[in-house]
Design a protein. Sequence first.
Length: 408
Amino acid sequence: MSGILYTAYQKFYSALNCLERFDKEKDFFENISNIDGFFSEFRNVTFVLQKAIAHTEYAALYEENRNKYLADCKWFVEKRNEITKQQPFQLVKQIEISIYFPGSEIEVLSRKFTVENDVKLSTMLEEIKNFLTFDKSNEVFFSVKFSFFEKETEEDLHDKFMGGISAMGLFLDAMKQAVNEQCELCEALADKISKMHFGLLPKDMLFVIDYVYYPDRDEFERAERMAMVPGSREKEIRLSFKCLQKGFPFFGDGDYFEGFVLINTIMGTADLMPTIWTVYSDHTFTFDLFHSDIKTTMYRKINEAAHKILKADVTEVYCMATYTVCDWEKEYLEMTSRERVAHAREEYLTFMKVDRLLNEEEYSFESSKLKDYAYIGNQLRYGGSKGLILGRLNMLPVIRAFEKRKSI
């Protein structure tokens, strides 16, 4: 049955449903319509709730919680007034295209568009073919990153929306606790809200496309990707190693990298999603757990970790990936990476570490022996390297970022 908060939850769901229909590859007309709808319904959440609790004992709590959680949401009110009384939302789209090599990244294009001068992505891909073939590779790894802004600003709209959505969610949670009533419709809507893609998926899953281009065939292949969903609407979650120690006692106060290796090798398989951990000076870390059917995603993720080093108090970066090793023959070198996999001699589950003092470590485990705990133990004791071997080329962006940070 419905309760006092039902109308507010319905409006919140309606607002988020507008963002669910927003898509990086849709035209401006559709996306502007969805943004306008979001602002209108988002503003209506407090309108309908204020009416529902008028002349009840909860009116004072409504004012208190609104001031506590929604004080920084004035921009949303202003935009709602603007789109209903003056003009549609002034949307700007930016597209950045970067080519990735095993140890580096080159941005080849960055362009902004509005409703007046939009072009299709397929047209842009045709435009950059000359950039994609300048080194005569048989495969070119590149990504297309979309960003959206309000005209004459540089603040990312996704981040702006997520801040408001998080604040509104906390406000409704506080009101739910204050009212303390059973509302089946509210619970059903809250469940639907918790599963919405815009607030749940990692940002790059929404706004980045990874590609590989095959010049010989003049074909683009788009990555099929998966990601570990953190289960939070926050922009970035930092986890504490102290909390991790409760479930995994081997995460001591010293060598977190060894714990990173152990937590993955105990799975007994190399069929694991690649993982990057970024460790900060306050003994917290963020993790990026992902999968892709092309190598572009791994190259991009490592470069993103390198960018973090230049922006935050990063002390260490760990990476886990499975490397497929082939014989060094010209025939294999001329193949694409996908074709070489069929000629693999061995697979190695490899763990890499670089820290701010430029120390390096690497552990590699033959995939066929990962169920042999004696082998794993021996590798941990004697098989580690105080330098990167298999993973050095891939980790070069991280190494260079720490070198640059050290020189500042």
